[in-house]
Design a protein around this ligand. Structure first.
Ligand SMILES: [Fe+2]
Length: 181
């Protein structure tokens, strides 16, 4: 059984725990362990979109639907996150900054996320994301802050990375591109 209101309040309660990211991860893991219930509550994905389910200063919850073969360039969020998949695939490549390179990044690892996975992203992580399959992917993205409120100029270490707002803008533009099914 998945209910959005309950999920939001469970995430908010988890924020008050000693280790909030791990506590939120458990809440998300529990939610995506019954993907059919999430689909029933949020609706079957029909097109690429980013729905804001909850937004506050300390917590953002998005329902992110990826188009087939959609790609998103390397970016950071400047806050921790939990990514929980309830349908499809989300392939992540993790990047690290090359010391002394004035903003270059190099690949540092990869992780293919599948239905029922609930993976943590650290505060400073840089990642790029793709949907490698010919169907829509649906994921709950939970961020430990205001995803859309991170000031673009606040972090001097963000060279070659994109702010959350820029990523959301780019994401929306990409999601409107025609896709092949
Ligand atoms: Fe991201």
């Amino acid at each position: 059984m998945f209910e959005l209101d309950q999920f939001v309040s469970d995430c908010r309660a988890a924020l008050r725990q000693d280790r909030p990211q791990q506590a939120v991860q458990e809440v998300v893991r529990r939610a995506v362990s019954t993907p059919g219930a999430v689909l029933k509550a949020l609706g079957e994905p029909r097109r690429a979109e980013m729905q804001t389910l909850h937004r506050s200063d300390d917590l953002t919850i998005l329902n992110v639907i990826w188009a087939p073969w959609m790609n998103l360039l390397p970016h950071n969020h400047q806050m921790w996150a939990i990514i929980g998949l309830y349908t499809g695939r989300e392939d992540n490549i993790f990047w690290r900054r090359v010391p002394g390179s004035n903003g270059l990044v190099e690949a540092a690892g990869a992780r293919a996320l599948r239905e029922k996975d609930a993976e943590p992203l650290g505060r400073d992580i840089i990642h790029s994301v793709s949907n490698p399959i010919p169907k829509l992917t649906g994921a709950l993205h939970v961020y430990g802050g205001d995803f859309f409120g991170v000031p673009r100029a606040a972090n001097g270490t963000r060279k070659r990375c994109w702010s959350s707002n820029a990523v959301a803008k780019r994401w929306r533009a990409d999601s409107k591109k025609p896709t092949r099914f």
